[in-house]
Write a protein that binds this ligand. Structure first.
Ligand SMILES: NC(=O)c1ccc[n+]([C@@H]2O[C@H](COP(=O)([O-])OP(=O)(O)OC[C@H]3O[C@@H](n4cnc5c(N)ncnc54)[C@H](OP(=O)(O)O)[C@@H]3O)[C@@H](O)[C@H]2O)c1
Length: 345
């Protein structure tokens, strides 16, 4: 049996997971670790092999495979789907088996999101509550029905039962392109979701849009700072400094924005690039035609509130570098990228 630390990563071809894997490969423990990635596109397996990462082929629905792989792992990073209950249950069964057969307490670092904090504002107001990741009593007032919460609760319960040490990273609006060798190699998706969705829906109508009056608020965090957070947390876990279980939730934020700010920036860039005429640079509310488009089915979610402070994450020593100003600056690149894609179709 290998004496190396067995790490299993799920979602390594993704925006977050790829950024985490990139950092794990550079980590000081890398020579003493063996990393296995769940991959559903077989064509990517040789690329992973070339960077020293083993692969298992399968999807999140292959629960027997997930259970088996988790049962052979000391550390599991899940960065694929914050809402896949059966996959989470399978991983936890595997970790329990690991505990029962080895007597060790395996580590889980699960990815959720500050979507767990959302309301139904439809862009019409900002709520006042600031959720604090260092305040488990406050977090436990979240209804179990909140987005992602069903899976998060399974993860916390596993820690309470004692067979796994669990940690949950909850990033907010992650922005900008992921860069790095996994992107260059074509392994990793370099793009996020929320701002690209807003830009895409706005390009279709040739004018920046917002949900309602765009008064709702969300935190934001740069993809490189998110990757750093996972590694700062991993270092703390290895040193025995990281809180876990109900005290092991870590928000990823470095400032917040009002949705309208983002839409106004898109409008400004649209005028500069000739997408909108100068008198149409100001954003307007999306209407029924916009919401009816199949590709815009998640658009209304952009009108929710999610407000928080990453106090626990910062207390670990996490020092995010990029600010809300950087998020706004990144919008031009996203607009240019999407326009280029369209012109090449
Ligand atoms: N991006 C954000 O701003 C953000 C913020 C907070 C939370 N999150 C959450 O973080 C998670 C990952 O987000 P992301 O932005 O990194 O997404 P992404 O770029 O689409 O990556 C998703 C990863 O998971 C894999 N995956 C998805 N479904 C799978 C399945 N059924 N079987 C096997 N692999 C599967 C994908 O594999 P393929 O390459 O094969 O598709 C990819 O590796 C999501 O749950 C998301 O809600 C994202």
């Amino acid at each position: 049996m290998s004496t190396k630390t067995q790490i299993f990563i799920i979602g390594a071809t993704g925006y977050i997971g790829g950024a985490v894997l990139e950092r794990l490969l550079q980590h000081h423990t890398a020579p003493r670790s063996e990393i296995t990635a769940l991959v559903r596109n077989a064509a990517k397996a040789p690329m992973f092999a070339s960077i020293g990462v083993k692969t298992v082929l399968g999807s999140l629905d292959d629960v027997a495979l997930l259970e088996q792989q988790a049962s052979e792992s000391d550390v599991v990073f899940t960065c694929a789907d914050a809402d896949h209950v059966r996959a989470c249950e399978a991983i936890l069964r595997g970790l329990k088996k690991r505990h029962e057969t080895t007597g060790t307490v395996p580590i889980l670092v699960h990815t959720s999101g500050t979507g767990v904090l959302i309301d139904k504002a439809k862009g019409m107001y900002a709520y006042d509550t600031i959720w604090d990741d260092a305040d488990p009593d406050q977090l436990e007032t979240l209804p179990d029905t909140q987005l992602h919460r069903n899976v998060d609760l399974l993860v916390v319960a596993a820690d309470k039962q004692g067979y796994a040490r669990t940690h949950i990273v909850l990033p907010s609006t992650i922005y900008d392109f992921a860069t790095g060798s996994l992107v260059t190699m074509g392994i990793q998706n370099p793009r996020s979701v929320q701002i690209p969705r807003l830009v895409s829906a706005s390009i279709t109508r040739k004018r920046a849009g917002m949900v309602g009056l765009g008064l709702n608020k969300w935190p934001n965090v740069h993809i490189d700072d998110v990757a750093d957070l996972y590694i700062v947390l991993y270092d703390a876990i290895l040193d025995g400094r990281a809180s876990h279980g109900r005290e092991g939730l870590y928000f990823g934020e470095n400032g917040e924005h009002v949705l309208r700010m983002v839409s106004e920036k898109i409008g400004e860039v649209f005028v500069e690039l000739g997408v909108s005429s100068p008198d149409e640079g100001v954003p307007t509310s999306f209407d029924e035609t916009d919401y009816a488009r199949p590709e815009n089915r998640f658009l209304l979610q952009l009108g929710t509130n999610s407000r928080c402070k990453a106090n626990r994450a910062r207390a670990l020593g996490w020092k995010p570098k990029y600010t809300t100003e950087d998020m706004l600056k990144s919008i031009r690149g996203e607009v240019e990228w999407q326009l280029k894609q369209q012109s090449s179709l």
